[in-house]
Design a protein around this ligand. Structure first.
Ligand SMILES: O=C([O-])CC(=O)C(=O)O
Ligand SMILES: [Mg+2]
Length: 379
């Protein structure tokens, strides 16, 4: 467990006690005299899932026959861990179990790609994509939280800071104040963006009932925003569907749907429009890439392009996945959730696109402060 606490607040929670799970899988593969280690962490916004990891997920993994994780080519295959760690788990009610499984899945993919000597995006592209990964990924800067004593000037300075760091598109929180105050905050940010609403996303974090969702929708529609995010309760598909009938701009949601089945319900019943809306399922929070691959298959069957997916979480794992599976982009937290937030220390963002590290694996080793924490797990 590692704390990622701060004073910020969205429309639903504050982050004063936020933490996340971290895992190091020390393998018996030796390179340069050292064991190859796979690292994983559980994204942000859900608390650490240590109890489930310690009592259920990790003991099952450790008890598995080593061969059960190896494919016909003799390689470690992270997707083979899924039935092992999910043995004796009932379907449905996914809760935080998917977070625990996701951390281990991330660490296994880090490990497998390191053993293969490849950066994760190349490893994934060869095995699950078309072998031609994107060489850069669209990223937007997420922030714009509510915080004690944070005024309009501070909000504008924060957004200017994002632009200075190479981002073109930014995101801010709404729904934690009343409509008139939020409209002032939106207009303050639009000033920094030369009045261009298509460069601003707003995030409600699931706060609104239908009437408020529609009221805010009518008020913000003229801005032509990048998207209107997680407007109602994540599991209220009907609310989302009614909103989609009325709000003409893009809607984004899905960061709190943690399984293929929940994602499929959103697609079936949530009224999401494949020509303009965005899906934000976070592979780390929702059973890992193994489940995300199944979700991508489901989306394709329903006529959705992978380019409509821009995962939540702002982590390096999804960055590799975005390049390999040709998603529409990835979230980024240039300022929040330290030490896990943000990409490699030397990552350069240009016009809201970032390149990938060529380090084997996910590349946590290129993120000094976080790597220190991960290394301490097996020092
Ligand atoms: O405030 C949060 O929990 C993070 C969030 O919704 C996002 O990144 O979209
Ligand atoms: Mg969000």
């Amino acid at each position: 467990m590692v704390p990622i606490s701060s004073q910020i607040r969205n429309a639903w929670i504050d982050f004063s006690t936020m933490d996340c799970s971290i895992v190091a899988l020390v393998s018996d593969v030796v390179r340069d005299g050292k064991p190859v280690v796979g690292y994983g962490f559980s994204s942000n916004g859900r608390y650490s899932a240590g109890e489930i990891l310690r009592r259920r997920v990790l003991p099952r993994l450790m008890a598995a026959e080593p061969d059960a994780l190896i494919n016909d080519a003799g390689e470690l295959d992270p997707t083979k861990a899924w039935p092992i760690v999910m043995n004796n788990e009932k379907p449905g009610g996914h809760g935080e179990r998917s977070v625990a499984v996701g951390v281990v899945d991330m660490a296994l993919f880090d490990l497998a790609s390191k053993i293969a000597g490849q950066p994760l995006y190349r490893y994934l592209s060869e095995r699950y994509g078309d072998g031609q990964p994107d060489d850069k990924v669209f990223v937007y800067a997420a922030g714009g939280y509510y915080a004690p004593d944070k005024g309009m000037r501070d909000l504008q300075d924060e957004m200017r800071g994002f632009l200075d760091r190479g981002y073109r598109v930014v995101k801010m929180k709404i729904g934690g104040a009343d409509l008139s105050e939020d409209l002032k905050r939106i207009e303050a940010v639009l000033e920094v963006l030369d009045g261009d609403g298509s460069r601003l996303a707003v995030d409600v974090n699931g706060r609104f009932d239908l009437a408020t969702a529609l009221e805010y929708g009518r008020a913000i529609e003229p801005y032509g925003l990048f998207w209107y995010e997680e407007v109602g309760d994540p599991l209220d598909y009907r609310l989302n569907a009614v909103l989609a009938e009325h709000y003409r701009g893009s809607i984004a949601t899905g960061e709190n749907l943690f399984s293929l089945q929940d994602a499929r319900n959103l697609i079936r019943y949530g009224g999401m429009r494949p020509d303009r809306d965005y899906l934000q399922f976070d592979p780390a929070l929702s059973y890992g890439l193994t489940e995300y691959l199944r979700t991508q298959e489901m989306l394709a069957q329903h006529g959705w392009s992978s380019r409509r997916c821009i995962p939540h979480g702002g982590h390096q794992f999804s960055l590799h996945i975005a390049a390999a599976l040709k998603l529409g982009g990835n979230e980024s937290y240039p300022g929040e959730f330290q030490p896990t937030g943000g990409f490699a220390d030397d990552a350069v963002v240009d016009d809201s696109y970032v390149g990938l590290t060529e380090m084997p694996g996910i590349g946590f080793e290129g993120k000094a402060r976080f790597y220190e924490v991960l290394r301490a797990l097996h020092a």
